[in-house]
Design a protein around this ligand. Structure first.
Ligand code: OGA
Ligand code: MN
Length: 294
């Protein structure tokens, strides 16, 4: 059996077959998938019946995993999965859909905004791997935007303007933009803003991309309204249909994406239905820009 990658969206999304990723990989297989990620930015696999341990083991081929407990308002008692798994389902510990006004649900609605995972961490993530354990029939697609293509199609003047800009990212910004503003002092401390370059260069391909996210709330040194208007403008450019792919989930799909070069969002669905989605996140290895001293 050898790995095949079929191009779903030119240069952006590949569909992988010829491999069972629930089983340990050889070093050569892991290298082939990593090279696939460098060439595309999103890889789709079907029929991968993961347990949480198998998903963690597969993900660890690409680097150490992030502990996800600092990126949510889930308390230890309200946590359904272990801290190496981000729970992006709509479920509580009893495996039932959360109540409409449940704080965890309202916080997770932020995933409907275009974002890059963990851009609110000083060292942001490398890859995310999302497994569809129980999927919904209607709605609930995950959409991806190619931020390399978004960068490439800027005019030269805008490219020069964004080149050295630094943005402030925080969950306080993304959740605040939906009116989710009630945070404890502890949460505010945990969600303290970090700085990220607006233009990133991929370490392997050398391609530049726009590093945008709903978490970006301002541009360092700019008046906030001017920064937000500009960031909105850039996001509007980046998510044009010609730069995006919409993933319709089948049960047991795994989709992995490069957070350095993409944004994503989930679309609305009927939340009385169970949607059990579990994410592992591969940590990045460096800050994108020096941080403001604490
Ligand atoms: C994520 C996320 C999208 C989805 O897993 O990081 O944003 O489809 N989820 O649930
Ligand atoms: Mn996400």
């Amino acid at each position: 059996m050898s790995i095949t990658i079929k191009e779903l969206t030119p240069g952006f999304v590949g569909e992988v077959s010829g491999i069972d990723i629930t089983q340990p990989l050889t070093a050569a297989q892991a290298a082939e998938l990593e090279a696939g990620m460098d060439r595309y930015a999103v890889l789709v696999y079907h029929d991968q019946r993961f347990t949480d341990d198998q998903q963690k083991a597969f993900s660890a081929n690409f680097g150490p995993l992030e502990n996800t407990s600092t990126g949510s308002v889930i308390t230890p008692a309200g946590r359904r999965l272990d801290p190496l798994m981000a729970d992006v389902s709509n479920l509580g510990v009893d495996h039932k859909p959360l109540a409409r006004d449940d704080r965890r649900r309202l916080f997770n609605l932020g995933n409907q905004l275009w974002h890059s995972d963990s851009s609110y961490k000083a060292i942001p993530s490398k890859f995310s791997l999302l497994s569809g354990r129980v999927v919904v029939d209607a709605g609930g697609n995950t959409e991806f935007a190619d931020m390399r293509a978004a960068y490439d199609t800027l005019d030269d003047k805008t490219k020069a303007e964004v080149e050295d800009l630094v943005c402030e990212h925080s969950l306080i910004h993304s959740r605040g933009s939906l009116g989710f503003t009630e945070l404890s002092d502890e949460e505010r401390q945990m969600f303290k803003p970090v700085w990220q370059r607006l233009v990133r260069t991929h370490p392997v391909s050398g391609r530049k991309s726009l590093y945008l996210s709903s978490h970006a709330g301002t541009i360092v040194g700019w008046p906030m309204p001017e920064a937000r208007a500009f960031l909105r403008d850039l996001i509007e450019h980046a998510v044009q249909p010609r730069f995006t792919y919409s993933h319709k989930w089948r049960q047991h799909d795994l989709v992995m994406w490069d957070n350095r070069t993409t944004m994503h969002r989930v679309r609305r669905f009927d939340e009385t239905q169970i949607r059990d989605m579990r994410r592992t996140t591969v940590a990045g290895d460096a800050v994108t820009v020096e941080q403001l001293a604490a």
